[in-house]
Design a protein around this ligand. Structure first.
Ligand code: HPA
Ligand code: ZN
Length: 325
């Protein structure tokens, strides 16, 4: 049996975590009080009671309204630095973190408040040995024009943002809808990834668009490529990373998707383990490794391969990569 100590001490990269998804009930209530925001709940138990979801849409319906408590640059900083401390304790050395500016812009929070707060936490995390970076996501249930506008607004922050992602509700929102803003992002030198959530309608078609037309460098989730050998071969040929999130899968689909992860590992696919929205799905990255290892009786070599894959498919420099591989 793989011990928790083994998992904690193994150096890891986290490539799929949403900063807004690290908002724990305790901080949510503290910020609600400070900023005089009525979130409809006053105790941790009330907040936890509201965390009921059984698919992506019902999760997002709880997730987005909760962000209203984030108001000032200090709030965004506190959210990120709290997560980064937790990640460090879990053995994370390198992290690329998603954030959703449009969810804040629509509430009247300026982009600089969000980016500057999050970026300062990345700078301060160097003091406790985490190399932290930001991935700005487009919300796929908003328009392509809104995404292009966000990309334009982010120009002054170009050197603080490593990559561009795509998240939120996938249903009826295929990658091709965002062909224009993604090609503009690539031209501006951003790294590119996007969500292909588990158990989505038209998932395989969406993955094909992401790979063949958008030219993504990673896929977030995406483990259902196991259904399609041509996709497995394609992904292997270009050494593309898949960022799987077992506890998230369990909450949203009632299944850690460990069978898929093991099959992909056996095929040589660069799949990694990540936390997605740790405050909402019951655990941080080491909890995800632990749950997967326990349920599927993973061997230490498989755990090490998952962690190696996380560094291999990260966007750190080759020089830094050499430290971990
Ligand atoms: N999928 C889509 N959008 C999200 C997710 C996710 O897993 N987490 C936070 N926003
Ligand atoms: Zn996600």
């Amino acid at each position: 049996k793989v011990s928790r100590e083994f998992i904690d001490e193994l150096p890891k990269a986290e490539l799929h975590v949403h900063l807004e998804g690290t908002l724990e009930p305790e901080l949510k209530l503290k910020l609600a009080k400070k900023n005089h925001i009525d979130i409809g709940q006053t105790t941790i138990e009330d907040v936890e009671e509201s965390y009921h979801y059984d698919d992506l849409a019902s999760f997002l319906a709880v997730y987005y309204p909760g962000m209203a408590v984030l108001q000032t640059e200090e709030d965004f900083y506190e959210l990120a630095i709290t997560y980064l401390h937790h990640a460090a304790a879990d053995g994370v050395r390198h992290v690329e973190m998603f954030f959703d500016p449009q969810a804040h812009l629509v509430r009247g929070i300026p982009l600089h408040t969000v980016v500057d707060g999050f970026y300062q936490a990345c700078v301060d995390a160097r003091a406790f040995d985490i190399d932290a970076h930001l991935i700005m996501c487009f919300l796929r249930d908003m328009s392509a024009l809104s995404a292009s506008d966000l990309l334009q607004q982010a120009q002054p922050f170009r050197n603080k943002i490593l990559g561009i992602g795509l998240d939120s509700d996938e249903h009826h929102n295929p990658p091709l809808k965002f062909a224009q803003p993604f090609s503009a992002a690539i031209a501006q030198g951003y790294r590119i990834t996007m969500h292909a959530d588990v158990d989505q309608v038209d998932s395989i078609e969406h993955i094909k668009q992401a790979l063949e037309i958008i030219n993504v460098e990673r896929l977030d989730h995406g483990t259902n490529i196991v259904e399609d050998q041509d996709l497995v071969d394609w992904v292997n040929n270009i050494h593309l990373g898949l960022t799987s999130c077992p506890l998230s899968n369990d909450f949203i689909s009632g299944d850690l998707k460990g069978k898929e992860i093991i099959e992909l590992l056996n095929e040589g696919v660069k799949v990694s383990v990540n936390s997605d929205d740790p405050a909402y799905f019951g655990g941080y990255i080491a909890d995800n490794y632990e749950a997967l290892a326990a349920e599927y009786k993973l061997k230490p070599e498989q755990i090490v391969q998952l962690a190696r894959n996380s560094f291999e498919t990260s966007w750190i420099s080759d020089k830094q990569k050499a430290i971990y591989l």
